[in-house]
Design a binder for this molecule. Structure first.
Ligand code: SF4
Length: 474
């Protein structure tokens, strides 16, 4: 055997190490896991020692916060030092910043070897090979309009996906996992960059999703969250229609099928757009015991005039109708929402409409944000941008109201016994197990036993807006 042959065999048999950093939403976690699956099929494995010893560093970025590009550039600057020590190190940037900034990002950070948007992640192995062969930075952004467009409208798509065994990015079995079922959004709310960074709606084939969930459950998952920017529209692109059928359509059908899978204990989904929320979907919460007793239903504002400027396509009255459907089916269902304060032109009266809606609905928890303009969106060009000081003042008032509601809800829970699915053990405080109720409240319990993946009755003893404390019953 010659020296050249030995080198070749050594290089081919050694697995390359990938280090992945994921920012932003659960969809990015699911995308990172899919990229890891693709890389594992191409002789990579997760680095156990972080970025220092990696052959490939993958940054999966988020564009939702202000200064997103600045944050990515700052991390790339730090990674440049590693690249100086190891010229063979490859750096890939994925996610919404890659899609939004494209080649401009490479001009500012030429150390990027591969830049890949969320619509192109399946091309990652090929792009890495191209980069290694040419030494040139490679870019893949944009979205392929539905690959099945003409041929498959009107019938169920069949999976041709070779990578359905999706590992977790933590490198260990996880009790709760995320599965992307639909990419993109067709709605174009005036404040939102998603249709630009994630493209139009493209649903995955149902059998592909079922097999992916089956694999995760076989590997220890007990709770699955189906993900999309607008999960309620799942499958409409495959049917060639814009509105959800009266029977709840493909999304209700998908949830019903996933819930049949043996070993799965809890099924959740997010994000659900009130515009496409149907009564059959509300009924499923009552008829299907595996469904979590929580829904995240973003309303954004309690003012019809603001909702109109946001182009949300629902009124406050229609939103409240959906809340009634849910509470008629499951009176104790926990409802959370997103709220934006200081949207362009928001008057004091319009803001107070939002406070009134909060008091009427009594959300279990909220994610409240100050409006911040996003390049390329319609609202960025609206007149009447609100000053930072007014936004801060409104956000504080809104959070103060929610704190009171949450405190009352938490006090109401004390003394009750709830089934808690245990998700992980605290690293900092071994013996403290963290789990969630069906209503999505975080619960901490002290136990010397291994509770991971178990669903056990817990008596809630105290709590605050972050978590409740409890004791195992028996
Ligand atoms: S529905 Fe959601 S993802 Fe789609 S444009 Fe509106 S806010 Fe963005």
């Amino acid at each position: 055997m010659t020296g050249i042959q030995i080198d070749t065999i050594t290089a081919a048999s050694r697995k390359r190490k990938v280090h992945i950093e994921t920012w932003g939403c659960q969809m990015n976690i699911a995308d990172s896991e899919r990229m890891l699956a693709l890389l594992e099929a191409n002789n990579y494995e997760l680095s156990r020692d972080g970025a220092e010893t990696a052959d490939l560093i993958l940054l999966n970025t988020c564009h939702i916060r202000e200064k997103a590009r600045h944050k990515v550039l700052s991390r790339l600057g730090a990674l440049n030092e590693l690249k100086a020590k190891n010229p063979d190190l490859r750096i890939a940037v994925a996610g919404c910043v890659a899609q939004a900034d494209g080649k401009k990002l490479i001009e500012q950070a030429p150390q990027i070897d591969v830049l890949i948007g969320p619509g192109k992640i399946d091309e990652l192995p090929g792009l890495l090979r191209e980069n290694m062969a040419t030494g040139q930075s490679v870019v893949a952004t944009g979205f392929d309009r539905h690959a099945r467009d003409e041929n498959d409208v009107g019938r169920e798509a069949v999976s041709d996906d070779p990578v359905l065994h999706i590992p977790s990015v933590s490198g260990k079995p996880e009790v709760t996992r995320f599965v992307n079922i639909i990419q993109g959004c067709n709605n174009f709310c005036t404040f939102c960059v998603v249709p630009f960074t994630r493209g139009r709606e493209i649903s995955r084939a149902k059998d592909e999703i079922l097999r992916e969930v089956e694999y995760m459950v076989r590997n220890g998952a007990r709770e699955i969250t189906l993900l999309g920017q607008n999960v309620n529209s799942y499958g409409l692109d495959l049917m060639g229609r814009d509105d959800v059928p009266e029977d709840g359509g493909p999304f209700v059908d998908l949830l019903s099928s996933v819930a049949q899978l043996k070993g799965l204990e809890r099924l959740r989904f997010t994000t659900s757009n009130p515009h496409d929320f149907t009564r059959p979907l509300a009924r499923l919460f009552a008829s299907q015991p595996k469904m979590g007793r929580h829904i995240h239903l973003p309303v954004q504002s309690g003012s019809n005039t603001v909702l109109d400027r946001m182009r949300r396509k629902v009124t406050v009255e229609q939103y409240l109708e959906r809340i009634n459907w849910l509470r008629e089916e499951v009176p104790a269902i926990a409802i959370s929402t997103d709220l934006i304060v200081g949207f362009p032109g928001e008057t004091e009266e319009e803001f107070e409409d939002t406070l009134r809606l909060m008091s009427a609905v009594r959300f279990a928890f909220i994610f409240a944000f100050k409006y911040s303009s996003r390049r390329g969106t319609a609202a960025a060009r609206f007149a009447g941008q609100i000053s930072e000081s007014v936004k801060v003042e409104r956000l504080n008032r809104l959070n103060a109201i929610q704190d009171v509601i949450t405190a009352e809800m938490v006090a109401n829970e004390v003394g009750r016994t709830k089934d808690v699915l245990f998700i992980y053990e605290s690293r900092k405080y071994p013996g403290i197990w963290v789990g969630r109720t069906k209503e999505y409240r975080s619960v901490r319990v002290n136990s010397s036993a291994n509770l991971l993946g178990m669903t056990l009755p817990v008596r809630l003893t105290s709590g605050n807006k972050v978590a409740m404390l409890g004791e195992l019953v028996n």
